[in-house]
Design a binder for this molecule. Structure first.
Ligand code: SAH
Length: 491
């Protein structure tokens, strides 16, 4: 078994390497620290042990010798161990010491390089570290010379010219600036200091060497000194939702699409999964029974992707498959549900133009006929009643139950300062109020459609956004219109 030294990249979870993600996915143990990208821990199996060795408020970090010993011990025990580091494991990360300890102990190891913050953080701030005519070298220097164990000759670094990227230098920026100037760099040399780069909290301060000491700069930051620091090619910080924090209330299994879209638009997200999907009260007996005699129906109607997934699982459980739907017609309430059907190999015969029960009813041909409607335990009666009104015999079968989720206290704390909350169904509204009712209501309340909005209003919320198209994309588009850069700035 192997100990992998994995560079997790500078913060954006997308910036881990393919190899890094691969070894994380089969880790027995992940050893991480403060600058590790904690969302990357989700790539490890749920059963994997996660050990923090980093500094946390009020707690010292573990001495390096202890970390080395831990890696050796776990490696020897035959576990797949991932030592996850921020950026690259060999750039100011003491990776060499850990590897030396593993080698001395005869433990097999692999080094998975990462994208270092020294390059990626400037890139996310729109500053190329080299540029034709501006910089023909690029020097990476630590401001914590003590930790490196060797003094830095700042005056000599100044004479090298080119771009200087200072890591771990915020606290000593006054001395660093003074010595670089003593080495010959003019006081008006451009400086860009980028804090929490590649993360939604990214902040760039533009100044000069002479002005650096007087600027408020927070750690961790990459400070870039040199002519390139004057270049401005912004993209990340100018995304429409950059700097906004948006609460996602969907069930964990369903949140990823919305979370991804929001990240791509620059928003930070807080996942507050207020819904969990559970077995129906009867353990799925009625659903399996209905799936077993689906051939008796003219229509099968799905009003959620969950119902689709549960129905096909039930079909498999009774020894059947999609062919049992041959000759039946299939309806989906919207594109998300239709996508879930397509994944199961079935094309929906009917998807209404607007994704609500009423529109589905309008699109339905007249009865008679038999309809199977597998769906959540608690749902609106509009659809079965409407279908009955059109002459159909409707069997409503409980496919799953939604239960109130229990978000972590960290997630609740992050939610308290959010700019917006998104609701994708009536039950997300109800459960959110049950779980987070004590939190201040975010300035913007966004709902996927009119039914969800009605539920929110009935619960006393002011609804600011109702998506014109009742899909995740529609919700995101509406949110950008209200919360985006062009829209009003929330408090
Ligand atoms: N191995 C890491 C560096 C670890 S030293 C790498 O290759 O990136 C820690 C320093 O890296 C911090 O003090 C800061 O200067 C820099 N750093 C790491 N991540 C950063 C981020 N997201 N934004 C700004 N600086 C970061």
């Amino acid at each position: 078994m192997t100990v992998y030294l994995v560079g997790g990249g500078p913060g954006d979870p997308g910036l881990i390497t393919v190899r890094g993600a691969e070894v994380l996915a089969r880790a027995d143990v992940v050893v991480y620290d403060r600058l590790s990208v904690t969302s990357l821990l989700d790539l490890a199996p749920a059963r994997a042990e996660r050990i923090s060795v980093g500094k946390a408020p009020g707690r010292a970090s573990r001495p390096q010798a202890e970390i080395n010993a831990l890696l050796v011990e776990r490696g020897r025990a035959g576990q797949e161990v991932v030592r996850l580091k921020g950026g690259d494991p060999f750039v100011f990360a003491r990776g060499g010491e850990e590897v030396a300890a593993l080698r001395a102990a005869g433990v097999t190891f692999e080094i998975v390089p990462g994208i270092t913050s020294a390059v990626a953080v400037p890139a996310y701030a729109g500053v190329p570290v080299t540029h034709r005519g501006l910089a023909s070298s690029f020097t990476i220097v630590t401001g914590q010379e003590g930790e490196a164990g060797l003094p830095v000759d700042w005056e000599a670094v100044a004479r090298v010219g080119g771009t200087i990227a200072v890591l771990m230098g915020v606290a000593k920026r006054e001395e660093i600036a003074r010595r670089l100037m003593a080495g010959g760099l003019p006081a008006d040399t451009p400086v860009a200091a980028v804090t929490w780069g590649t993360r939604p909290e990214q902040r760039t301060v533009r100044t000069t060497l002479g002005g650096l000491a007087g600027e408020p700069i927070e750690s961790p930051a990459v400070m870039l000194v040199g002519a390139v620091a004057r270049l401005e090619l912004p993209w990340y910080e100018s995304r429409p939702l950059f700097g906004r924090r948006v609460i996602v209330t969907r069930a964990r299994e369903q949140a990823s699409g919305l979370v991804e879209r929001l990240h791509e638009l620059g928003a930070a997200t807080v996942e507050l999964p207020v819904i969990e999907i559970g077995e129906p009260d009867d353990g799925g007996v009625a659903l399996r029974e209905a799936a077993g005699r689906v051939g008796e129906y003219d229509w099968v109607v799905f009003t959620s992707a969950n119902a689709v997934v549960r129905f096909f699982a039930a079909l498999g459980a009774v020894g059947s498959d999609t062919r049992a739907l041959g000759g039946r017609r299939v309806a989906a309430i919207g594109p998300g549900t239709a996508d879930a059907l397509a994944t199961a190999g079935v094309r929906a015969d009917l998807v209404p133009e607007r994704f609500v029960a009423e529109a589905l009813l309008d699109a339905f041909p007249p009865g008679p006929g038999r309809v199977l409607l597998p769906r959540a335990a608690v749902a609106r009666d509009a659809l079965p009643a409407g279908l009955a009104g059109r002459g159909f015999t409707v069997d409503v079968v409980e496919a799953y139950r939604t239960i109130v989720g229990r978000p972590s206290s960290e997630a609740l704390a992050a939610a308290a300062t959010a700019s917006a909350v998104t609701f994708t169904s009536s039950s997300t509204v109800t459960n959110y109020l049950a779980v987070a009712g004590d939190l201040p209501v975010p300035p913007v309340v966004a709902c996927i459609g009119p039914i969800t909005a009605d539920t929110a209003r009935a619960a006393g919320l002011t609804v600011d956004v109702v998506a014109a198209e009742h899909t995740i994309d529609g919700l995101v588009t509406a949110l950008v219109e209200t919360l985006g850069r062009a829209g009003p700035t929330p408090p």
